[in-house]
Design a protein around this ligand. Structure first.
Ligand code: AMP
Length: 249
C-alpha cells in the first residue's frame, strides 16, 4: 500500500513572529523554519504502518519554495522512501495546495493520504477537507488512532464531546491530531541516508494546476496588548468593577 504524506514548511513553533511594519503579513526573514508539527505526526504514523508491514511505500510531498527540500529530507530521515517537491515562489493557499495534491494523487494512485489537521502558520484547517471533496474520497479528520485492514481504515477522531470512531473505505484522506503518536527523533545515520533518497521536482503548471491565490489578505495586525491588572480592596469593589467597568455581570 502506498501512502502520500504532504508536509508543509512553516515557521518553527518556538519562534515568536512579528508583524511586518506594512501589515502585509508576518516577517519570516531569518526565522527558523521547520516541518509543521502535525505533518511530523503524519509521517510518523505512515512509518509505523510501514513497520507493521501494512504500508509498502511512503511518498512525502511539499509545495512551496526551493527550501522545502529541507523539510522533505527531514520526512525522509523519519522514514519516507522518496519525496516530491512542487516548487513555486507564489503564495500557496489551501485551495491551490489541494489542487496540487489532487493532481499528485491521480499521478501516484496512493491508497491513503495522511495530512496534518492544520498548518500552524495560517491555521487554515482546510487542505485535507478540500482535497477529499475534490477527489471524492472519504475523509476522517483529527485522527487520534488509525487502523488499516481489509481495504478499510478505522479512525478514532477527537470531537467536542469525546471520541468518535469511523470506518472509511480506501482510498481515503486522514488528518492527524496531536495525540495520534509522538514522532521519533531523527538520528544522524538516518539524516545521512535521507540525503541519498530520491527527490523529484515539478512546477504547479507541470501538473496542470493554476496556483494563483483566490483570497486577498487585507491586513495583519498584532493582538491587542493586555492591560495591567489591579488589586481590589474587597468583594464589594470587585463586584462594582465587574458591573460597571468590565460590564460582565
Ligand atoms: P492547512 O489547511 O493549511 O491548515 O493545512 C493542513 C495540512 O495540509 C497540513 O498539515 C499539510 O499536511 C497540508 N499542507 C498544507 N499546505 C501545504 C504545503 N504547502 N505543502 C505540503 N502540504 C501542505
Amino acid at each position: 500500500m502506498k501512502v502520500l504524506v504532504p508536509v508543509k514548511r512553516v515557521v518553527d513553533y518556538n519562534v515568536k513572529v512579528r508583524v511586518k511594519s506594512d501589515q502585509t503579513g508576518v516577517d519570516i526573514a531569518n526565522v527558523k523554519m521547520s516541518m509543521n508539527p502535525f505533518d511530523e505526526i503524519a509521517v510518523e504514523e505512515a512509518v509505523r504502518l510501514k513497520e507493521k508491514g501494512i504500508v509498502t511505500e511512503i511518498v512525502a510531498v511539499s509545495c512551496g519554495v526551493a527550501q522545502c527540500q529541507e523539510t522533505l529530507r527531514t520526512a525522509m530521515a523519519i522514514g519516507a522512501d522518496r519525496a516530491i517537491l512542487v516548487q513555486t515562489d507564489q503564495e500557496l493557499q489551501p485551495l491551490a495546495v489541494a489542487k496540487i495534491l489532487k493532481a499528485l494523487a491521480e499521478k501516484e494512485s496512493p491508497e491513503l493520504m495522511i495530512l496534518g489537521k492544520q498548518a500552524i502558520d495560517d491555521d487554515a484547517n482546510q487542505t485535507g477537507q478540500m482535497l477529499a471533496a475534490m477527489l471524492g474520497w472519504p475523509q476522517a479528520t483529527f485522527a487520534s488512532k488509525v487502523e488499516l485492514a481489509d481495504g478499510k481504515a478505522t479512525v478514532t477522531r477527537e470531537v467536542d464531546g469525546g471520541l468518535e470512531t469511523l470506518a472509511i473505505s480506501l482510498p481515503a484522506i486522514v488528518t492527524t491530531d496531536l495525540r495520534l503518536n509522538e514522532p521519533r527523533y531523527v538520528t544522524l545515520p538516518n539524516i545521512m541516508k535521507a540525503k541519498k533518497k530520491p527527490l523529484e521536482t515539478f512546477a504547479p503548471a507541470d501538473l496542470g494546476v493554476d496556483a494563483t491565490p483566490r483570497l486577498k489578505t487585507l491586513k495583519v495586525t498584532e493582538p491587542p496588548t493586555r492591560s495591567a491588572g489591579v488589586k481590589v480592596g474587597d468583594v464589594a469593589a470587585l463586584v462594582d468593577k465587574l458591573k460597571n467597568e468590565a460590564k460582565v455581570v
